[in-house]
Design a binder for this molecule. Sequence first.
Ligand SMILES: [Zn+2]
Length: 110
Amino acid sequence: MAARETIRVVVCPLCGGGADMRLSGNGLAYLAMDCCKAQLFTRGPESDELCRDLPDVPAQPLPAPPPQIAPVAALQLPPAPATTPPIPKAPAPAPAPAKPRMGWGAFPNA
Ligand SMILES: [Zn+2]
């Protein structure tokens, strides 16, 4: 059986690729989807109309422009807190009590 002639290339309803729309022997449209290796046959006027309403594949799809990424201002972060708490200083040693000067018996230093 010879392959039937493609009348249009429409957007595949399954994968979004390009599907060949062809006419079967009874005049109803069907899709031969080489894009996803499937076929879709219409069996009545309703489905035939829906199939024929599928949009054509754009002749040359425009490549998507690269997204424009706005430069991001450098973030000014506050200085990170120290992860280790400061080590408390050891209390200063108490000053040594003043050494009493040597006195003489009943007459201590005045
Ligand atoms: Zn497909």
